[in-house]
Design a protein around this ligand. Structure first.
Ligand SMILES: Nc1ncnc2c1ncn2[C@@H]1O[C@H](COP(=O)(O)OP(=O)(O)O)[C@@H](O)[C@H]1O
Ligand SMILES: [Mg+2]
Length: 239
């Protein structure tokens, strides 16, 4: 059983913004929802876990091995959807996924099978032959989700994956993830409680770079809602 340990990770950006402060999390297979308002530090933490940013201090271990020092072992089993994921506008969904599959060194037969399954599961078959630049934001987002799932990653890091999806697509995506997460670790960030309240095994709420709640959905959602209310009151007062 895989294990991801985030061990007292902090990140201070140039200019002194402390985006993440001493976050410690020990993750096992299942869906972990990372919930927090804009600016909480979710994307920063996910970039560090995905080995595309380095912590200022602290470390991350995958199955006991330090991935800050030696990222390759994790990269081989990682699927990552960055918050600002782009797709290539002149390729269609099939070509794009075939390209990513080659980069991930998935053999051609397996790639064909996986791409077919993902296009189907993400309801992309009707648009799979159209240039990605001509698709709606929601369709492009689902293609970006598919690229993260290619290669059957053992650790899936998805940063605000449901942005741009309509309610029906959100439900389909939730079901897909629930099936996928049976024996894999999924770390999903969102500021939308309903994305994770029914499917996450665990919810970690972060605010201002710190974990402020961590537990089952039932136990932590109250804390987040009061946080959101406080945030909205602040925004309202400022407007
Ligand atoms: N590349 C960067 N350089 C400087 N500050 C950054 C950078 N990325 C994020 N920040 C700041 O770090 C804090 C956390 O941002 P982020 O990790 O994007 O939070 P979230 O994903 O929860 O919205 C914010 O104050 C943000 O402005
Ligand atoms: Mg973010």
């Amino acid at each position: 059983m895989h294990r991801l340990e985030i061990d007292l990770v902090s990140k201070t950006y140039r200019g002194g913004i402390r985006a993440v402060h001493e976050i410690a999390l020990d993750l096992r297979p299942g869906i972990v929802g990372l919930l927090g308002p804009n600016g909480a530090g979710k994307s920063t933490l996910m970039r560090i876990v995905a080995t595309v940013a380095k912590p200022t201090s602290g470390t991350v271990r995958w199955d006991g091995d330090d991935v800050v020092r030696a990222p390759q072992a994790l990269r081989r089993v990682l699927g990552y959807l960055p918050q600002d994921a782009g797709v290539y506008p002149h390729l269609d969904a099939y070509e794009f996924l075939d390209y990513i599959a080659a980069l991930k060194e998935i053999d051609a037969r397996s790639a064909r099978r996986q791409i077919g399954e993902l296009l189907n599961a993400l309801d992309l078959v009707p648009v799979a032959k159209r240039p990605l630049g001509t698709l709606s934001g929601g369709n492009r987002q689902r293609v970006a989700i598919a690229q993260a799932l290619l290669g059957d990653p053992q650790l899936l890091v998805v940063d605000e994956p449901t942005v741009g999806l309509d309610p029906e697509q959100r439900v389909r995506f939730r079901d897909l993830l629930a099936r996928f997460a049976q024996d894999r670790i999924v770390l999903l960030s969102t500021h939308v409680v309903s994305d994770i309240e029914t499917t996450a095994d665990r919810i970690v709420v972060i605010a201002a770079g710190r974990v402020i709640a961590d537990g089952t959905p039932g136990a932590v959602i109250g804390a987040h809602l009061s946080l959101e209310a406080a945030y909205l009151a602040q925004v309202g007062a400022a407007a």
